[in-house]
Design a protein around this ligand. Structure first.
Ligand code: ZN
Length: 293
């Protein structure tokens, strides 16, 4: 089944540093993500409220207070060999486990934890280099590799010719069992990868999308913004670690640059808000109840 929404494309581009007249190239995390107009987002939220109201009553309680759901993770390593026969992107199991550990630390107290259910490895140079930027390739590798998406979080590592860091789909973007669900990651965004995005935080961010979170700057300074009431409004993505920024002056709170759903450097991002945690729980209750069984 084909989803009709574009994936989130979180892109790492080399751009010129602007601050202080520094003209050296610094990597910045940006998203070529599909964003929503206020009208589109309002329509999605109306459908979400209906879906949540229709969820089984036991799923509409604050279930994380009484239990934590541990999501099984199937991790699919896609790699290729270079001209010397060396394997590029052949992520060792220890790194996969470190990625799971980073996710568990970030999601501690949210009601979500993760455990490694299995690893698959596929040598395919076309998939490796084109996984982020070619929807036809996405169809082929996900259709073949995805393991029961209704009950497992499928994660894929590969390369990105454009520098894309990763992408995911929202829970509302397709039925629970749709093989598009999951998270695709650039292999050197995993722990031990390339600074400033080599601490595994990209996966934390993409799993946030997978569980229903928008970027903190979604909607800019609009009243509804990212549909989470306790993340301060933000006019645009934050890069680096701009901790004193306040891009929607007059609204309460400085920009949430340390939030996992912004675009700061890995070392800067360290928090989800209570409202985001509630939203993830409600999104899963509404759209992905099989994950809770
Ligand atoms: Zn994103």
């Amino acid at each position: 089944m084909r989803l009709h929404l574009l994936p989130f494309l979180c892109t790492l581009l080399l751009s010129q540093a602007l601050a202080g007249g520094d003209d050296s190239a610094v990597p910045t995390r940006i998203c070529g993500t599909r964003t929503f107009s206020d009208t589109e987002r309002a329509e999605r939220e109306a459908r979400f409220r209906l879906a949540y109201a229709g969820a089984r009553s036991e799923l509409r309680t604050t279930w994380s207070v009484v239990k934590t759901v541990t999501l099984p993770v199937w991790f699919h390593v896609i790699y290729k060999r270079d001209s010397d026969g060396r394997r590029l992107g052949f992520v060792p199991k220890a790194v996969v486990q470190k990625q799971i550990d980073v996710m568990n630390k970030a999601y501690r107290g949210s009601g979500f934890q993760f455990r490694l259910a299995g690893i698959s490895r596929t040598e395919n140079a076309t998939w490796f280099d084109g996984c982020m930027d070619d929807s036809t390739l996405e169809e082929s590798f996900k259709a073949l590799l995805a393991r029961n998406p209704a009950r497992n979080l499928n994660m894929y590592s590969c390369n990105s010719a454009s520098g894309t860091l990763g992408y995911a789909y929202f829970p509302a973007d397709g039925p629970e069992g749709d093989y598009h669900h999951g998270v695709v990651l650039k292999y050197d965004s995993l722990p031990g990868g390339a600074d400033p995005f080599g601490d595994g935080i990209t996966a934390v961010h993409e799993v946030g999308h997978y569980l229903g979170l928008y970027h903190t700057f979604e909607g800019g300074c609009s009243v509804t913004g990212d549909e989470v009431s306790d993340t301060p409004s933000e006019r645009r993505p934050a890069f680096g670690c701009a901790v004193y920024r306040d891009s929607c002056g007059g609204r309460v709170g400085k920009d949430p640059v340390a939030n996992y759903m912004d675009y700061s450097d890995d070392s800067c991002m360290s928090t989800f808000s209570i409202g985001q945690i509630e939203r993830m729980q409600q999104q899963v209750s509404a759209y992905r109840p099989a994950l809770l069984e």
